[in-house]
Design a protein around this ligand. Structure first.
Ligand SMILES: Nc1ncnc2c1ncn2[C@@H]1O[C@H](COP(=O)(O)OP(=O)(O)O)[C@@H](O)[C@H]1O
Ligand SMILES: [Mg+2]
Length: 425
């Protein structure tokens, strides 16, 4: 409860909206195009972005690169990296390895908030990278360091300073494998931009995705490749994706699911084996009831024999797909496994499968297709009416509308035959 609240002189008076300066919210490109793409043009002075990801995914590497690019790009502005995780000499070694040393790139190893503010006073940077927000504590907070309440208090203080001084700020936030117990989720409403840094330990591909963006769209993805000497933006990651699928194994099909507004490419896989006893249906990352329905439709409407065979269906990399829009890809993967015929590796499929075998419409088809095209896929099987070209939009990908499961299977085989033909000549 609040008692004795009285008015004080405001820090800045309210103004007619037309008189408010708009330049303060202008993006400054970081010089890392794949990141700028996600940010909607760059970092905003006074804006605070949170880069969240699992340990080892490459957050420190990416941000050291960003700080270096910033220093090199803006002669009037300094970049300050504050590391609470590594010693200054460790960060320096990393910078040497990456070739990112620069006169205007400043570095401090610090874990105390007041000392961080002291560094800001001394350096007066245009860009602050704080790695990580969980390692910074403050004796001024009445909560114990390490807890979510404490991290939140530290973040609020940093956001206030960034806004007041117009410092473009990037905070690193660690998330744990099971999704953010360490705090970033609890910080999302405090900051202007939330970026998720994703990537599989066994692959060098990394993706940065905006989950929230007060300064731009939140549906862009930035692709990077992590290598020994640092990190490199992948403006065109298609090669990487096509490489991964180059063997064209029967039983896999890629789909595009939506997470909120965000399209996400996901591979579905299936294995069909002769059964020992009652047929088994095993799923991982997919909905079991949904799979049973797709199998029944495949058997009854597309004459794929499954009732006396074991069916395994899974997603890759632990992704969970609950969306009916993935039905078509799951059906194609299972049919492909059952008939031992691969699905073309550059093809994606989106569509809900109905009990009559019909392929039903999905939401946001153009956005899904744009993402697939952006990530290097060349062909898409979609429900009738989902071709963006019918609405005058360029999908950037060959779109094949399929009314039902049978036509989807035929179209997949046809595309494959067409693709193989030049090689046979
Ligand atoms: N000294 C090093 N030599 C070679 N590779 C390294 C070194 N330090 C880190 N890496 C590689 O860079 C990856 C990203 O590391 P880092 O940027 O520190 O991740 P994060 O900050 O997200 O925890 C690591 O997974 C590791 O493979
Ligand atoms: Mg790190």
């Amino acid at each position: 409860m609040l008692r004795d609240v009285s008015a004080i002189a405001p820090a800045a008076p309210a103004q007619p909206i037309g008189a408010v300066s708009a330049t303060e919210a202008m993006h400054r490109p970081t010089g890392v195009p794949e990141l700028d793409r996600v940010l909607g043009g760059g970092l905003v002075p006074g804006g605070v972005a949170l880069l969240a990801g699992e340990p080892g995914v490459g957050k420190s590497t990416l941000l050291l690169d960003v700080a270096h690019q910033w220093a090199a790009r803006y002669p009037d502005s300094l970049a300050l990296v504050v590391s609470g995780e590594e010693s200054a000499s460790q960060v320096r070694l990393r910078a040497e390895r990456m070739g990112t040393l620069h006169d205007r790139l400043y570095l401090a190893a610090e874990t105390d908030l007041s000392a961080v503010l002291g560094h800001l006073d001394a350096v007066r940077p245009g860009l602050l990278v704080l790695d990580s927000v969980q390692t910074i504590s403050s004796s001024a907070a009445d909560s114990a360091p390490g807890g979510v309440t404490h991290v939140r208090a530290v973040t609020s203080a940093l956001v206030a300073v960034a806004k007041e001084r117009g410092i473009a700020t990037v905070l690193v936030g660690h998330v744990t494998k099971d999704g953010g117990i360490a705090g970033p989720r609890a910080l999302e409403h405090l900051v202007d931009v939330v970026l998720h840094f994703e990537g599989d330990r066994h692959s060098t591909l990394r993706m940065v995705r905006a989950v929230k963006n007060r300064f731009g769209a939140a549906d862009e993805v930035g692709c990077f490749e992590l290598h020994d000497a640092g990190i490199r933006g992948l403006a065109d990651p298609s090669g990487l994706f096509l490489n991964r699928h180059v063997e064209a194994v029967p039983g896999t099909c890629v789909t595009v699911t939506l997470e909120g507004r965000r399209p996400l490419l996901a591979e579905t896989q299936s294995l069909v084996a002769s059964t020992q006893g009652p047929p088994r249906r095993t799923v991982s990352g997919l909905d079991g009831a949904r799979l049973a329905m797709v199998l029944a439709v495949l058997e009854r409407r597309a004459k794929v024999r499954l009732h006396d065979r074991d069916v395994f269906a899974a997603t890759v990399g632990g992704v969970r797909i609950a969306e009916p829009a993935a039905d078509l890809a799951v059906a194609l993967a299972v049919a492909s496994a059952a008939r031992d015929v691969p699905i073309p590796p550059d093809l994606i499929a989106v569509g809900e499968v109905g009990l009559a075998g019909e392929v039903r419409p999905v939401s946001s088809a153009p956005r899904r297709l744009a993402e697939a095209a952006r990530l290097g896929f060349r062909r898409a099987l979609v429900p009738v009416g989902a071709d963006p070209a019918t609405h005058g939009q360029a999908p950037g990908i060959e779109v094949i509308e399929v009314p039902d499961l049978g036509s989807a299977l035929r179209a997949a085989v046809e595309v494959w035959a067409r693709q193989e033909a030049p090689l046979e000549r």
